[in-house]
Design a protein. Structure first.
Ligand SMILES: N[C@@H](CCC(=O)N[C@@H](CS)C(=O)NCC(=O)O)C(=O)O
Length: 220
C-alpha cells in the first residue's frame, strides 16, 4: 500500500460501497469504514460538505477522493498490490476487464436503482409502472454477462477479479430488492460461487459490525 494515510470509506451497509469493502478484504487493504444512515443526503446532511452529491460510497485516501464504487474497487486492489484481482494493460482480457468493471454499475445497476426508487421507495409518486418497466430492462441487461460466462467460471482472465466483484454486487442487489426473477439460473449459480467466498462473507460481517457500532440501518 502507498505511504499515505489509511483509506476511509464513507458508506451505508449493503450499498454499492460493498464493492469497495469486499475488494479491500480480498486485497488485504486495511480500510476505515465510516457508516452513514441512508440516504445520507437527508439523514446525514453534514456529509454533503464532503460529497456534494450525497451518494455513497466515497473513498478518501490522501489527496484522493473517489465517488464511483467500481473505480474505488479497482483503486483498492491496485494500492493493495493485489495483482491477481486486476488485469493489467497488455494482458489478454484487459479490455474485457475494463468493460465489465464499468458495465456493472453504468449498465446493470442503473436500471436496478430506478426500480428501487420508483417501485419500492417512492411509491407515492405514481411512477410504480415505470419502476417495473426498469425491472424488465434490468433483466435484459444481464444478457452480456450471461453469454460471457458460458463455459467460464469468472468474467476475465480465468480468475476472480474486481470485474466479478462489480458485476457480482449487482446480482446480490437484485436478490436483496426482489429482482431475482430476472436473474437467469447460470448467473444465480455464479452469484452463489462469489458469495460463498470467504472475502465476501468477511466484508458483509465488517459492514454489519461497523453499522451496528455506528447504530445505523442497512441501505437495502
Ligand atoms: N455510480 C455511483 C452511484 C452512487 C449511488 O448512487 N449510490 C447510492 C447508494 S447505492 C446512493 O448514494 N443513493 C442515495 C442518493 O442518491 O441520495 C457508484 O457506483 O458508486
Amino acid at each position: 500500500m502507498t505511504g499515505v494515510d489509511k483509506p476511509v470509506l464513507f458508506t451505508c451497509q449493503g450499498s454499492r460501497g460493498l464493492r469497495a469493502t469486499w475488494t479491500a478484504v480480498e486485497a488485504g487493504v486495511d480500510l476505515d469504514l465510516n457508516m452513514l444512515p441512508f440516504p445520507p443526503r437527508f439523514a446525514a446532511p453534514d456529509y454533503l460538505e464532503e460529497n456534494p452529491l450525497g451518494t455513497v460510497p466515497m473513498l478518501v485516501h490522501g489527496d484522493a477522493r473517489m465517488t464511483e464504487s467500481c473505480a474505488i474497487a479497482h483503486y483498492l486492489a491496485v494500492i493493495g498490490g493485489a495483482e491477481h484481482l486486476v488485469v493489467e494493460p497488455g494482458a489478454p482480457d484487459y479490455a474485457a476487464y475494463l468493460d465489465f468493471t464499468y458495465h456493472a454499475d453504468a449498465t446493470i445497476t442503473f436500471p436496478q436503482t430506478v426500480f428501487l426508487r420508483f417501485a419500492k421507495f417512492e411509491t407515492d409518486k405514481g411512477w410504480e409502472e415505470a419502476g417495473h418497466a426498469y425491472a424488465k430492462w434490468f433483466g435484459k441487461r444481464l444478457l452480456k454477462a450471461e453469454k460471457r460466462l458460458e463455459g467460464r467460471e469468472y468474467l476475465c482472465a480465468d480468475r476472480f477479479t474486481v470485474a466479478d466483484i462489480c458485476v457480482g454486487y449487482a446480482l446480490y442487489l437484485a436478490k436483496r430488492i426482489g429482482l431475482e426473477e430476472y436473474v437467469p439460473q447460470s448467473l444465480s449459480a455464479y452469484l452463489d460461487r462469489l458469495s460463498a467466498r470467504d472475502g465476501f462473507q468477511r466484508a458483509m460481517a465488517l459492514e454489519r459490525s461497523a453499522g451496528e457500532a455506528a447504530d445505523v440501518k442497512r441501505a437495502v
